[in-house]
Ligand binder design. Sequence first.
Ligand code: 5GP
Length: 196
Amino acid sequence: MSGPSGAGKDTLVDGLRVRHERLKYSVSATTRPPRPGEREGIEYFFVTREAFEQKLAEGGFLEHRLYNDNLYGTPRSFINQALLDGYDVIMKPEVNGAIAIKERFPEAVLIFIVPDRFSLLQTRLEARRTESNDVIAQRLAIAHEELRYVRLFDYLLVNEEAHPEVAVEDLEAIVRAERMRIHRYPDTRIKEIEEN
Ligand code: 5GP
């Protein structure tokens, strides 16, 4: 799931995580300092730049990006293990990260989240009170860049401010429908049906 900062991705992911058991959330590593209330290993693994670069050199990230002067990366080993164990993995990288993941995992489903009114991006970032005005302005500039990638995504989900529960239901509908795609079933299961 990607979309501009302030589109409501975090709330949507949290909403989905409580509804689905067979789903694991991939916790990224970042060099950004934690915001108040953010917990190590839950929202992110908060690491120093040196530690990030070392893991990067060891090939430990599936993809990584510099976003607003901080590094963010998707740990490779967690995703590989979760997929082997039969889980679906949800993650919320910025758009370039999403595109990089689709290149490595063509079966990945890219969902783009936007707010119903774009003025909400600024309102939400300001209401959060965790970033300076400069950082908010930079995030809004990046957000406008990100919107130009929308056509590369598989789904567009409009997160309506007045009905946040609907967006979680829509997200759940996508997960459920995607799980029923023919190509996601084991071939043996499809053969069983064919040969009935
Ligand atoms: P934030 O600082 O608001 O938590 O995250 C900044 C941006 O980085 C958001 O768009 C977020 O989705 C994105 N992001 C978080 N983790 C990763 C990651 O592992 N890889 C990439 N490419 N982007 C990430």
